[in-house]
Every structure is written in C-alpha cells, then in structure tokens.
Design a binder for this molecule. Structure first.
Ligand code: NDP
Length: 568
C-alpha cells in the first residue's frame, strides 16, 4: 500500500525535531572540536606507525614539482606528470610513507565503502585487479606504495616532515617552502595535496585531559597496547566515543575482543547491507585494457531514463520533484529502521540505533556485523540522544550521572574538513596570505587555481565537484593539473595563473549552483553541513554535478589563453 503524504510529513517533522535537539545542544558548530594537539593533547599527534623521527640535515634545494601531502592526490597527479615527461617530483609528507588516509587509518576492520574496482585508482596502469569487491585498508595502502614505486616517487620524497610556509618569490618565479624540519626547498610548481579529511579532531569534552586510562584517536591506533589481533583487550573495559563510518567498522572487532565494550553514541549512522565477495579470477582475466576508465564513465552516466520516465519527470513541477525525491529517501531510511528491528534483539537498543535524518545527511555506512554486535552480552550502547559525552573524569566518561570506568578510551570523533586546501601559510604575488584572500569568501577557478598564486594547484578543496568516489574527482583534477603544467612547459612559459575574470566567472557559477534546496539546513548536524553553521554560498562544493564540472574543466583547458595569464 502506498504511504500517504501525511505519513512522510510526520517523519520529516521528526527529522526536524532531532536536528533541532542537536543544534540546541551544540550551537557552537565546528568550534565544538579541536585539532590543535599541542600541550596536554600532544600525545594525540603522535605517529604510531612511523617509528622514531631520525634527525637529518635540513634540505636546501630546488625541484620542479612539489606536492604537499603524499596521499592519492599526489600519487595520481604524479603518474600523469611522469607520463608527460616531468622528472623532478617531490612529495613532502607528515607520515613516514605515502598513502595519506590509508597510511593513518589502520584501525581494526578498516576498509573502503566504495567498490574497489572504482575506488582504487590507476588499475589499468598498474595492471592490478583488487582482491575483493570492497578493498581493505592494508591492500589500499600497498597499492599506494606500489604506485609510488612504479612512478619512482620515493627517490625525492621527504617523510615525517610538515610544510609550514609556502611563499611566492616574484623575482625568481619560484615557490619557497619552509618545513618543521628546518628545510628550505624551492619549487617551480606546488600542489596542495593535503587531503580532505586529514587532521584528526577531538570533541572539546570537559576533563578530557584528566583521563588516567589509555586513550587514542582511531587514526593513531596503538597496536602496542591492543595487540595486533586485539588480543590484549581480553581483560580490558573499552569505550569508544562516536558512531560514524570509522566506529562502525572498528566496533565489531572491538566487541569480539574486549571484556566489556561501551559505545557512546550521539547520533546513529545508517547501516545498510554490505555485499562483498572475493574477485572472480575468470572475470579478472577477462578484463580488457582500459576497463577501469570505461567502468567509471558508465557509473557516472547512470542508468538511462525510458521515454515514459523522462516525459513524466518533465511534466513535474520543481516542488513535486523535490517531494518525490524526499519520499523515496524516507522510504529508504525506514527500510534501514526495519533492518535494525529485525537484527537487534533488545528493543530499547534497536530504537536508539535508528537514524532520524534523510539519507546522505551523514555518510551512509554498510556493514553486516555492526548491528549484530549489539546482541553480544559484553557490548553496551550508551545512547546520549543527541547530547554526546560532555564530561570525562579520571576513570572514564560521565553521562546522566553515571561514571563509565574504562581501561581504554578510543576517540572515533572524525577529522577536520579541509575547506581550502591550505593547512600551511601560502603567500602569493602581492604578499597576500591565501587564508586572508578567502576570508571574504573562497575564490578559485574550478576549485583548483586561485588568481595571484601562480603555479599553485589545490586538490580536493572547495568550489570543486564532490563525488562519493573521491579518487575519481582527484584523478580528474590530477589529469587537469598535469595538462596545465605540461602546457606551461611546452610553450616555454615560466608561470600559469588564473585570470581574475576567469576566477570571477567560476565563483558566480558556484553560487548559481548552490542553495537550490534547503537540504543542507534541513539535515541533522554533521561534518557534511559544518555542524549546522551558516555558510556563504560560495564556500562549499560545486553543486552543478560531476558531468558539468568535468565539462567546465575541459572548456578551461580548451581556452587556456582566455582563462590564464602566462609569463615567459
Ligand atoms: P565522523 O565525523 O563521521 O564521526 C564522528 C563521530 O563522533 C560521530 O558519530 C559524532 O556524532 C561523534 N561525536 C563527536 N563528538 C561526540 C561527543 N562529544 N560524544 C559522543 N559522540 C561524539 O568521523 P569518522 O572518522 O567516523 O568518519 C570520517 C569520514 O571518513 C567518513 O565520513 C568517511 O568520509 C571517511 N571514512 C570512510 C570509510 C569508508 O569508506 N568505509 C571508513 C571510515 C571513514 P554526531 O554524528 O552526533 O556528530
């Protein structure tokens, strides 16, 4: 039987109430978190995987292309630069190896939610077919390392090093970079490849520093403490704060291994089925060269509409289209609710695990063992119903007057969103700090170039299109950047810089494509909507769709002279 509109409206009303409750508890928005891990929080900034930082002499030299960050952005773009004959490429990276996200996130159960054949990049070039339908963290990290080896990126790479400032020298037409290791490097081209969710954050919880047990953030998993197979947790009482995509993957293993596990939940994730299987070797053998590129293209275009479907859609008003989409979205979320009811035996726990917001307000999760974990007698859901943990004592978190005494407290509280591509100070042509330029609104061309910052490229930042399969967008940006650099070199130019006019056109295009619906404001707070903070229309992703974004990118490259100024 078809649901009535009243049914949908009542659910929408409940979504709004749940959102308002959370906004009421934390009106401070993103300021509720900190990623400044200095002073008493310094232990959360350690790298448990890289070993000791070995002292070395400061590096004073010049390279042609320098990447700030060694994750997929740098690897994908480097591959394209090598194909175009660029020899001098350096990666400067905070971790002790390449891999970015996949270097840091090694928590038990880590895997990617995007199908491996789409997510793992350069499969054609690497002649590699992933082992499973969904790749696990170690396989992805190994793939990153294999790319770095194949494209000879280790030779000039500098690890355990953070760039602190990037300053344009107009006379030399070169970028000068300083690092936290006393280096002074020069580079002709600089690419900000520092990741979209690269800085771990902690909730500013009263008494956080006073906890006397062991604690760490999920991106700095302390296997010395837990044991490689979590075997040391057998006699430990463990708590985990947060129930986002990371926690959903870590909790099943923790539930199995810990004596007791307390899951402190503020907002539940939506958990759908994960259909995973080992790659069929016959299928893998049957793949023809270029298969991944074709597969990605197909995924982008989606299933075509029939003539009838298209006619019906064209006949609808904008409001009707939105209502239809919302109702379908609610149907999906209610199916997620029914899955919880069917899986979780304790009724109160099942109720507490139900997400009350539209699909995609938060990152959707897919897991077959997460919900059943709450049927284990040693696993306890502490549902804070939107309030969150606000106090931690020496022996553990407090909620509703109860102290939860723990041996180990794990923070699965996520990462700061990279809005601008800049974590270090970037000073352009007129001595203008890019952060100051952006203070009155982000201004870019395609989210990649910013006028007054010649030979600088930003990956994964604002005003670019966003896609669930992030490596696809990064590859497209990498291809574009490599093409711009190749064009500059082959025409004997020293610099390439977006013109003010091209930048202004793009800012207007971004503005024109944002805010068509009230979707962002309607969503429950989370990092997708900046915890409910007000946003300028230009300070966000390009919402015109990936196809249009790529067409704009192509258009910009086809009219280089119109969009860029070059110097000899
Ligand atoms: P998230 O930001 O998604 O989750 C943080 C969690 O911490 C939320 O559940 C949040 O609750 C909770 N939280 C924050 N403060 C408190 C508090 N005071 N008390 C209780 N709970 C609190 O971070 P994740 O690390 O889980 O994921 C980050 C992103 O990384 C993902 O969205 C995804 O993009 C990526 N990722 C992808 C994976 C994949 O492909 N499989 C796997 C893991 C991560 P609330 O919701 O109320 O804010």
């Amino acid at each position: 039987m078809k649901n009535t509109q009243t049914y949908y409206d009542e659910i929408k009303q409940k979504f709004a109430e749940e959102r308002d409750l959370r906004l009421h508890y934390r009106p401070e928005g993103t300021a509720q978190f900190t990623s400044d891990f200095t002073g008493e929080l310094a232990k959360y900034a350690l790298d448990p995987y890289g070993g000791e930082i070995v002292p070395r002499q400061p590096i004073v030299d010049t390279v042609e292309v320098l990447f700030i960050g060694g994750g997929f952005s740098a690897l994908l773009t480097s591959a394209r630069l090598r194909e175009r004959g660029v020899e001098s490429i350096r990666i400067v990276e905070r971790g002790a190896d390449v891999g970015g996200t996949w270097y840091w996130n090694r928590y038990p159960g880590v895997a990617c939610d995007v199908v491996s054949y789409d997510y793992l990049p350069l499969l054609d070039e690497m002649d590699y077919v992933p082992k499973d339908h969904y790749a696990k963290g170690p396989e992805i990290l190994a793939h990153c390392q294999a790319i770095a080896k194949k494209y000879d990126l280790y030779e000039l790479a500098v690890f355990q090093t953070t760039v602190t400032s990037t300053v344009w020298n107009s006379e030399e037409q070169m970028w000068h970079l300083e690092t936290n290791r006393g280096d002074h490097m020069k580079a002709r081209f600089v690419i900000c490849a520092n990741g979209t969710l690269a800085k771990p954050k902690l909730a500013r919880i009263d008494g956080l520093e006073s906890f006397k047990g062991h604690s760490f953030h999920t991106s700095q998993w302390d296997y010395d403490y837990t044991g490689d197979e979590l075997e040391n947790l057998e006699d430990k009482v463990v708590g985990i704060i947060g129930t986002g995509a990371t926690a959903v993957q870590a909790i099943p293993g923790l539930g199995e291994a810990s004596r007791e596990l307390y899951v402190f939940q503020r907002t539940p994730s939506s958990i759908d089925i994960r259909e995973d299987w080992p790659t069929d070797p016959n299928w893998a053998r049957s793949l023809k060269p270029g298969w991944q590129a074709k597969r990605r293209e197909r995924a982008l275009s989606g299933p075509p509409l029939t003539v009838e479907q298209k006619a019906a859609r064209d006949a609808m008003s904008a409001e009707e289209k939105i209502r239809l989409q919302e109702n379908a979205n609610i149907d999906y979320m209610m199916r997620i609710h029914r899955r919880i009811e069917a899986t979780v035996k304790d009724e109160a726990t099942a109720e507490a695990l139900k997400p009350w917001y539209m699909f995609m307000c938060k990152r959707p999760c897919f897991h077959n063992d997460y919900l059943p974990t709450f049927n284990r007698p040693n696993v306890h859901l502490v549902d804070t119903h939107g309030k969150g943990i606000t106090e931690i004592a020496e022996r553990g978190p407090l909620f509703a007057g109860k102290l939860y005494e723990l041996d180990l407290l794990i923070y699965a509280t996520g990462f700061e969103v990279q809005k601008t591509g800049i974590y270090n100070e970037i000073i352009g042509v007129d001595g203008l700090d890019l952060a100051d330029k952006y203070a009155t609104g982000v201004r870019t061309l395609l989210g990649v170039h910013s006028a007054g910052y010649p030979n600088l490229f930003i990956m994964g930042g604002y005003q670019a299109s966003f896609q669930f399969n992030l490596t696809y967008i990064l590859q497209m940006q990498g291809d574009h950047i490599a093409e711009c650099i190749a064009h500059t070199r082959s025409h004997g130019h020293k610099t390439i810089d977006a013109t003010q006019a091209a930048e202004e056109r793009w800012v207007q295009e971004v503005i024109a494509n944002r805010g068509k619906t009230t979707r962002n404001q309607d969503c429950t707070p989370g990092y997708y909507n900046f915890e409910g903070e007000h946003q300028r229309r230009q300070d966000g992703n390009y919402n015109g769709g990936v196809t249009k974004y790529l067409a704009h990118m192509k258009g910009v490259r086809e009219n280089m002279a119109e969009n860029f100024s070059f110097s000899q």
